[in-house]
Design a protein around this ligand. Structure first.
Ligand code: 8DG
Length: 162
């Protein structure tokens, strides 16, 4: 009997299981907050969209500014801190409009909450993004957004959320 063959047949399912856990199975859920920063545009509302840098994971994808909640922070505190770090503004965090859970193939699972920001102090400054633009809500589908954002993007573009 060929024991090496047995070894191979036993190993294969184990490798498959390991891959499956890479998709988020046993990694901690990351709590993330992001902002829909709105302004009155012509003819309708515009929202700030940001592009990830070429050297970041999920490079050049578009997202909303924000990041992970740190221990001891509320969602609103975390978002205000991230917006200050990323854009140099003092944001007034408004109502939460959406919450989704998503599993990324290599990055584990995230719990993502979106808040509206209609007021902020200071001048917007791009500190970390590859690009940043004001987009009319109806044009959001033209950007290559992160997968977790796609449901929200569709709702915003079709006027169902705001
Ligand atoms: N800020 C933000 N993050 C988002 C959005 N959609 C979405 O899936 N994410 C994901 C990307 C990241 O995995 C995570 C946010 O983490 P982060 O901003 O603190 O750090 P990061 O991109 O360097 O990610 P990481 O490598 O540290 O996990 O949430 C979004 O609209 N805005």
């Amino acid at each position: 009997m060929d024991s090496r063959l047995n070894c191979t047949t036993v190993k294969e399912p184990i490798r498959k299981l390991d891959n499956r856990s890479d998709t988020g199975g046993n990694r901690p859920l990351r709590l993330v907050v992001a902002a829909l920063i709105l302004r009155a545009g012509e003819p309708g509302t515009e929202v700030l969209v940001c592009q990830r840098k070429p050297d970041q994971p999920m490079s050049l994808k578009w997202e909303f500014p924000g990041g992970k909640i740190e221990p001891g922070e509320t969602a609103e505190e975390a978002l205000a801190r991230e917006l200050n770090e990323e854009l140099g503004i003092e944001a007034v965090i408004g109502r939460r409009v959406s919450r989704v859970r998503h599993k990324y193939r290599n990055g584990g699972a995230i719990d993502l909450q979106f808040f509206v920001v209609e007021e902020f102090g200071g001048a917007l400054e791009n500190r970390i993004f590859n690009d940043m633009r004001w987009s009319p809500l109806g044009e959001l589908m033209q950007y290559d957004f992160l997968a977790a954002d796609l449901g929200l993007i569709r709702d915003l573009a079709e006027g169902r959320l705001l």
